[in-house]
Ligand binder design. Structure first.
Ligand code: URA
Length: 193
């Protein structure tokens, strides 16, 4: 499994499937551990991620780290990735073509990791993975699609623009920690969709 993830990482780093490869500094493959059985999925790298070649290492990353810690997760023990692996210029939202070209990498990551649950961070990941929108109305939901469980919450960057959302993200991740615990113990969880 680690070998295969390493292969995916190498393919991401050298990818030229879309125009973003021309403007990126570094492609940003997923990082972390698969042992916890959870994958966090954001939108796309921002400026700091593009420079460092790692996901969620800028301001949104700090917010994510804080929420993970509050919830009882160890950041290094979870897997963190994005739907799009290269930074869109000026941090615009990735377009349809970019999302489609990049989907293969996330698909391969998930096939290899086989997470017990996926945490969908924000509208772009929600739309791309589940066809959803209006994250503020849908956050906190547990969704099952094709035998895969998803938990939907806010994108950490939303907190930069609206600090009132910080506690909501933290509590959502705490709820998610409890859900993962229940899944691991074989207990029943309530699915919303
Ligand atoms: N925002 C994202 O969606 N992903 C990152 O890696 C950083 C910021």
């Amino acid at each position: 499994m680690a070998f295969e993830l390493d292969n995916i990482r190498k393919n991401v780093i050298s990818c030229t499937r879309c125009e973003l490869s021309k403007t990126r500094t570094n492609a940003v493959p997923g990082v972390g551990s698969v042992e916890t059985g959870i994958v966090f999925i954001g939108e796309a790298p921002g400026r700091n991620e593009d420079i460092q070649g790692a996901p969620f290492v800028g301001t949104a990353g700090k917010i994510l780290s804080e929420a993970l810690e509050y919830a009882g997760f160890v950041r290094e023990d979870v897997y963190i990735t994005n739907v799009v692996k290269c930074r869109p210029p000026n941090n615009r939202r990735p377009n349809k073509q970019e999302l489609e070209s990049c989907a293969i990498y996330l698909q391969k990551e998930l096939e290899n990791i086989q997470p017990k649950i996926i945490c969908v961070l924000g509208n772009t990941a929600f739309g791309s993975l589940l066809g959803g929108n209006e994250i503020t109305k849908n956050r906190g939901k547990i969704i099952r699609r094709n035998a895969q469980l998803y938990f939907v919450t806010l994108h950490p960057a939303a907190i930069i623009y609206n600090p009132d959302l910080r506690q909501i993200l933290k509590e959502d991740l705490k709820t998610l920690h409890g859900i993962l615990d229940k899944i691991k113990k074989g207990m029943e969880i309530e699915i919303n969709e």
